[in-house]
Design a protein around this ligand. Structure first.
Ligand code: WTA
Length: 654
């Protein structure tokens, strides 16, 4: 056993066991599922793959020529059939697939039968527009029902979709269309954003202006804004799709045929185009969705409040939920439009049973105040989920008490665009949770924590998170860049997948995610995770959100600079800044006491809501800001920079 690569500082001892009420009806209550999967991981996944509808059964469960995995080799199936047709065939055509809620309050109900004819019509339209098996289709759309429809239509005819988040610029869209060689772009005239229109079609026009590879742009009318239609390239959805026949034979796809491409930018570097295939991915997302969310298709109304432009939406709004015949809420807009009550009023309106959202949203809800959720009946909720960043224990406790009313288990799910589906997570009826811990690997998943030399770190202890065995939803590569695939994930620790995240295990073996290893701080030789110091700050009752970074320091190597957002109504005073710095010293260690602390109304975040610590590091070191194209709101950085430079004693060590 080697030594720790990251110090273990924060100790959280609160524990929550699933209630008897929850356990009574839970799909999984004991540890048996882990034992079964441990004894025969391939058999475990194969058993769940067999619950899908295959045109041809596979010959081999797994062929692994590291780092290349093939799952369910020789099998053929179609993802759209698994998500839609088979439920209709089984007599569930009148069940609601999506309760769609527009930002302006318009709503639509889409049943599985409706979805089947919509997908078939869209698939026929794609064919008419010249799209064939293996072609790449770029999708740049708001969160409206046509978005999952066209993804499934691609899957139905064997085309590969590449969804580009609708908040990205024309330039970002252009680069992704070129990189993946897309021949069709599907978009809308505009997207509603807090009452304004974001000009999607105009952006597409700019993005494809010089691209002969794009034969058509298919546009849904959503905002009724004026757009330029260039013939014969541009066609309207209502003209091309609506009149199509409502049946379309699905293409049997090889288990290893590409299902989709999805770019992940992370916080640094050129975006990586992650490849996901069909059989393994669908098995992974359906199985995890069912067990992690304890999904009961006949009675639940599930809401994943992510955007389909991110992997969370692909796996847990579209493919996983539909494969499990889920009734979902699909919401187009912002959680605080027209006001901070929107999300809670929707939960009450649709009697939502499971809510899956991100720590960034949970911390925003905390900041806005308890009066908003308290004004609504949230008693339909029975389970809460979190994904995207480490959840600070105090944010977890707030979610548990104010939203879950101490009744709902919380599933803190760790995974990545690259993993395709959830990897480390509680099972809500079986796992005793601890606030801030993602607990244990999902059955059939093998994870470790290693030190700089790649040796296993003893329990308790911290280091780098690796995944040691292939799993069905794993990425099959980076489109067009095999070397980067190997270098990024499989070179640092030979034979293992390196996730790029720090993690620790406590004395009970629970996994705690510690943030990206690029952000780990080194203060006087101590390797400190950003997450633990931030969580210490957030544990103060006045703090809603915090980010810390290590800036260069001549004596200590790095010094900790903290950026803190207070809860509504709390004043930013110098005394409070001192108190918070001291609070960290008391909570975890004097070594972790921030050298400086700045109050800020906002933190710089990626468009998917992750704190961009690199930018804060640049501000603190007053360097160039680097690439900010993935930043949600560039003005936030200027504001913080201005304030940081005028902060009293900004660079003073006390
Ligand atoms: C972070 C999102 C801690 C992590 C599904 C990971 C988390 C990156 C958690 C992937 C969690 C995601 N606890 N950290 N529960 N979930 N992360 O590709 O750093 O957008 O590597 O996929 O988010 O982000 P991505």
């Amino acid at each position: 056993m080697g030594t720790d690569a990251i110090d273990d500082l924060l100790h959280e001892n609160r524990q929550f066991t699933p209630s008897d009420t929850f356990k009574r009806d839970a799909l999984i209550v004991g540890a048996g599922i882990y034992d079964d999967a441990n004894q025969d991981p391939l058999g475990f996944w194969a058993q769940h793959a067999a619950e899908l509808a295959w045109d041809r059964e596979w010959d081999t469960i797994l062929e692994y020529d590291a780092p290349h995995a093939k799952w369910f080799v020789g099998g053929t199936l179609n993802a759209s059939v698994n998500c839609v047709d088979r439920h209709v065939d089984a007599g569930h055509g009148s069940q609601v697939a999506y309760h769609f809620e527009g930002e302006n309050g318009d709503s639509r109900t889409i049943t599985y039968a409706q979805l089947l004819s919509d997908v078939s019509r869209a698939a026929n339209a794609l064919k008419q527009l010249g799209v064939t098996k293996g072609d790449r289709v770029a999708i740049y759309m708001p969160m409206i029902p046509e978005l999952p429809t066209v993804m499934l239509a691609c899957a139905r005819i064997g085309a590969v979709h590449s969804v580009v988040f609708a908040g990205f610029s024309a330039k970002a869209l252009h680069d992704r269309i070129v990189d993946a060689g897309c021949t069709l772009v599907v978009t809308a005239d505009g997207a509603w954003r807090r009452g304004d229109v974001f000009p999607l079609k105009d952006n597409v026009d700019d993005a494809v202006a010089d691209l002969t590879q794009v034969r058509h742009v298919l546009t849904v009318k959503r905002t009724e804004t004026a757009v330029t239609m260039t013939s014969p390239r541009d066609v309207w959805w209502h003209e091309v799709v609506t009149g199509q026949p409502d049946t379309c034979t699905a293409e049997p796809m090889d288990s290893e045929d590409l299902l989709f491409l999805l770019y992940t930018s992370g916080t640094t570097g050129k975006p990586k185009c992650i490849m996901h295939t069909t059989g393994g991915y669908l098995t992974h997302v359906a199985t995890t969705h069912r067990y992690v969310f304890d999904l009961k298709p006949d009675t639940d109304v599930y809401w994943c409040a992510a955007d389909i432009g991110w992997v969370t939406g692909h796996s847990y709004i579209v493919y996983g939920p539909l494969a499990n015949r889920t009734t979902s809420v699909l919401y187009e807009g912002a959680p605080n439009f027209p006001n901070e009550q929107r999300i809670w009023s929707l939960i009450a309106k649709y009697n939502v049973t499971q809510l899956y959202t991100a720590p960034t949203a949970i911390r925003a809800f905390m900041k806005w105040g308890d009066q908003h959720p308290n004004a609504h009946d949230l008693s339909s909720l029975r389970l809460l989920g979190s994904v995207g960043e480490p959840i600070n224990p105090e944010a977890w406790m707030w979610y548990h008490t104010v939203i879950g009313k101490e009744r709902c288990p919380i599933v803190d799910t760790w995974w990545q665009t690259e993993t395709g589906g959830i990897m480390i997570t509680p099972l809500p009826g079986a796992t005793t949770t601890k606030p801030g811990s993602a607990t244990f690997p999902f059955p059939g998943v093998v994870a470790s924590i290693v030190n700089d030399d790649g040796a296993d770190v003893a329990i308790p202890g911290g280091g780098y998170l690796t995944l040691d065995q292939p799993w069905p939803g794993m990425l099959r590569g980076i489109w067009g860049d095999e070397q980067r695939f190997i270098d990024t994930y499989f070179t640092r620790f030979p034979g293992r997948y390196f996730a790029g995240d720090g993690a620790k295990r406590d004395a009970d073996g629970y996994f705690w995610l510690l943030g990206r290893v690029d952000d780990v701080m080194n203060v006087s030789g101590h390797r400190l995770s950003t997450t633990e110091v931030e969580s210490a700050l957030v544990s103060h009752p006045f703090v809603a959100e915090a980010a810390v970074i290590g800036r260069k320091d001549p004596t200590t190597g790095q010094a900790i600079a903290a950026f803190v957002t207070l809860r509504s109504g709390i004043d930013e005073t110098e005394e409070l800044a001192q108190e918070l710095r001291q609070h960290v010293a008391t909570m975890i260690s004097p070594i972790a006491k921030p050298a400086s602390l700045l109050f800020t109304a906002e933190l710089p975040k990626t468009r998917s809501g992750k704190i961009m610590r690199r930018l804060l590091r640049n501000i603190a070191e007053d360097g160039a800001l680097g690439d900010t194209t993935t930043l949600a709101d560039a003005s936030v950085v200027d504001g913080i920079k201005e304030k940081y430079l005028h902060m009293p004693a900004a660079h003073e060590e006390t």
